[in-house]
Write a protein that binds this ligand. Structure first.
Ligand SMILES: Cc1cn([C@H]2C[C@H](O)[C@@H](COP(=O)(O)OP(=O)(O)OP(=O)(O)O)O2)c(=O)[nH]c1=O
Length: 184
């Protein structure tokens, strides 16, 4: 792994922050691909989308590219990023008091090798009042986040417990990524 220069293929500030925990220096390249998928199961969707993002970014032979995709799933229904305040409000109302799952798919790729994997974290929400949801949305504006919440910001108060990797919810399962890179 050390013989490669790392590229993070993401415009997500959270992914940048998380990869900084593993590497001091890396490049960032944003993939502007349209997130279309044919898979049915969430674990396959996030892998397919992370691979789609990866394939849309050109790399030279000294580079190792890391891309990812995160979705929230409630009762087998995919909850992406909200379109607006109203959409975000209804998303959080639907997550209130229930368990949902967060899947993040990751693709690591060099010119002659590619590996994809995913991680799942179960997230249990407290019961949320309309006023706390409205306060959160108007103060933190989590409209760039799947599920309309950030576990890493005030959204933390919504969470009763998680089963699985915290960083996976934020957008990059860094522990799994580290060990996959070691054996890549
Ligand atoms: C559930 C959750 C998601 N998120 C964010 C992570 C991702 O940035 C975003 C999921 O959208 P993605 O489509 O996975 O990623 P992105 O569009 O932000 O960036 P890129 O495609 O360039 O990599 O939601 C949090 O920051 N905290 C959370 O708790």
């Amino acid at each position: 792994m050390n013989k490669y220069n790392i590229i993070l293929g993401s415009g997500s500030p959270r992914r940048y922050e998380l990869l900084k925990l593993l590497f001091n220096n890396f490049e960032v390249k944003v993939s502007n691909t349209v997130e279309k998928y044919s898979s049915k199961k969430p674990e396959n969707i996030v892998v397919e989308l992370s691979e789609l993002k990866s394939n849309s970014i050109k790399i030279s032979n000294d580079k190792l590219l890391i891309t990812a995709d995160t979705i929230v799933v409630l009762n087998e229904k995919i909850i992406g990023k909200p379109n607006n305040f109203e959409d975000a409000f209804h998303m959080l109302k639907s997550l209130s008091g229930k368990k949902h799952e967060v899947f993040t798919g990751v693709t690591i790729r060099t010119l002659n090798k590619k590996r994809c994997f995913y991680e799942k974290t179960e997230v249990f929400f407290n019961n949320l009042t309309d006023s706390i949801i409205k306060f959160y949305l108007s103060t933190y504006e989590p409209f760039d986040k799947a599920g309309s919440y950030g576990i890493q910001d005030f959204g933390a108060v919504f969470i009763n417990k998680i089963i699985g990797d915290y960083y996976n919810v934020m957008g990059l399962p860094i522990s799994r990524l580290f060990f996959e890179l070691q054996s890549f």
